[in-house]
Design a protein around this ligand. Sequence first.
Ligand code: GDP
Ligand code: IMO
Ligand code: MG
Length: 429
Amino acid sequence: MSNVIVVGAQWGDEGKGKIIDLLSEQAELVVRFQGGANAGHTLVVNGKQVVLHLIPSGILRKGKKCAIGNGVVVDLAALKKEMDGLRESGYAISANNLEISENAHVVLPYHKALDKLREEKRAKSKIGTTGRGIGPAYIDKVARDGVRVGDFRSLDLLKERLYYIVQEKNLWIEKIFGGKPLDAEELVQESLDQAEWVEPYIKNISVTVHQAMKEGKNILFEGAQGASLDVDHGTYPYVTSSNTVAASACIGTGVGPTAIDKVVGVTKAYTTRVGEGPFPTELEDEIGEQLRKQGNEFGATTGRPRRCGWLDMVLLNHSVRVNGITDIALTKMDVLSGLPTIKIATAYELDGKTLEIFPTDCEILERVVPVYEELEGWEALPKDVKTLKSFPEAAKRFLSRIEELAEVPVSLVSTGPERESQVGVKKLF
Ligand code: GDP
Ligand code: IMO
Ligand code: MG
């Protein structure tokens, strides 16, 4: 039995979904612990692409249980759409393979409206949120004004609370932001309809996880976003509104830190970022364009082009430290194929001084200049191989250099979007 956390080690979209889908072959339970429908996790199975926003990426495997932990903010409309889409593609979804924490907070239409209105108001200093209501939903949670999934079991109380809350939210929407007020009647009816189908899925996820542990099952804790988007350890204020780091898996599902065996940090072989904020190794030239094209770097949730740049070891080492990463899963190695040389940032320079520690102060981060190490590139990677033996020497050197700099082994290498395109270097379960 083993409990493994999988987190994004950069600014999100590292390929967590693909890695979870792969590892879920050996896990019996996959639990999401934070974030919401701002996440977009893409899996390619049997030549078909599936994008998941809220449902854990273990769902495509028969007989596996998936759970949405208390740390997630759940948009029930988005969840229903996702469930229906999966069913249309032939996947069975029921209370047998999907559970939702009674303590998870619900993202309601006023959260989405306020997210968009706040962004408009921020004008030049906008964050570039996904508009999925994530910030406002977490605000309500911490302010103790939230509505939880478990509240959808008591219809009369839910109705009463929602009427009251919508009145207050409409004041904000109209008077502060000049937006269009929401129709309370419509919102309440929508919620009551949701209450009907969601009821059988509502569970105590902490108990589900502990029961699985007692039975000696392998458990995967699925993170969303990435360490640099963490509200405490990321590039604040250009972050999401939850803790994305590994420790959040415990709070977001209801288990203690002593239960965790491994933390897998997923990183691309280069770096991407969607939305605003500093990005020291960003490439605004033809190499950046090539990475975007070859890597199909467009957001899975909003379709926005992702900003692309070289691998940044200062950022990755920060991520190793704040997450306690024990193993790296390196994705998109194939996207670098064909480049004559590849750069890795090993430090930053600021006002004549060398920085080796990632500054989370955005004003500093905007001014740093990366110090690069240049490595030889490789033409192509072998397809469908299960060891690194037949990899070009330059590709092997690239991997060893990352291990040396991060002081953590690269335990899995991904060489394409498909489930099969990967080399498992070290056992994770
Ligand atoms: P996540 O949010 O971390 O799950 O990542 P996304 O799914 O948003 O973005 C990763 C994208 O890269 C998806 O389109 C994946 O299908 C794709 N992908 C994952 N691993 C690889 C890989 O090794 N090579 C290539 N070319 N694409 C990959
Ligand atoms: P996955 O799980 C990449 C970014 C947004 C924005 C900031 C705040 O697919 O890796 P939010 O809507 O969360 O308030 O937006 O965070 N962001 C992501 N970027 N991948 C994600 O998720 C993201 N989720 C949020 O672009 O910059
Ligand atoms: Mg994504």
